[in-house]
Design a protein around this ligand. Structure first.
Ligand code: FE2
Length: 126
């Protein structure tokens, strides 16, 4: 059974999906069950993965890592999102971009998540 807003990944092909609404079935891809990604918030990779939220004049800025995360084709941040109440705002990134996103959000105390193509899902708040 899935729950709204969970993120699952296929370990064979890399398909990664966000659950829009919950269902009784289990998700599978490439003929294997998809893995529920747990949000990570602290470990030895903390300085390069935990999103940092700052207030700006027009909203908020989210930076991935107190030391900027790499943005190479092999290892990069795929997306940064903020979850503000019932709203999810997503910004997609590409290799070569800065691991930074700006959102028109007035609440700087929001939960932010980011997805690294190698180290999976990270958050500033559990
Ligand atoms: Fe990473």
């Amino acid at each position: 059974m899935t729950k709204k807003a969970e993120i699952y990944k296929c370990e064979k092909c890399g398909n990664t999906v966000l659950v829009i609404d919950s269902g009784k079935g289990d998700l599978s891809c490439c003929d294997v069950p998809m893995i529920l990604l747990e949000e990570q918030s602290a470990d030895f990779k903390n300085e390069k993965h935990v999103p940092i939220v700052e207030k700006t004049d027009s909203g908020i800025k989210v930076t991935v890592g107190s030391t900027l995360h790499p943005m190479t084709p092999e290892h990069h941040i795929v997306m940064i999102a903020v979850i503000d109440g019932d709203s999810i705002l997503v910004h997609w990134l590409n290799p070569g971009d800065e691991p930074v996103a700006y959102f028109p959000c007035q609440n700087a105390d929001v939960k932010s998540i980011e997805y690294c193509n190698i180290h999976n899902l990270w958050t500033n708040k559990k």
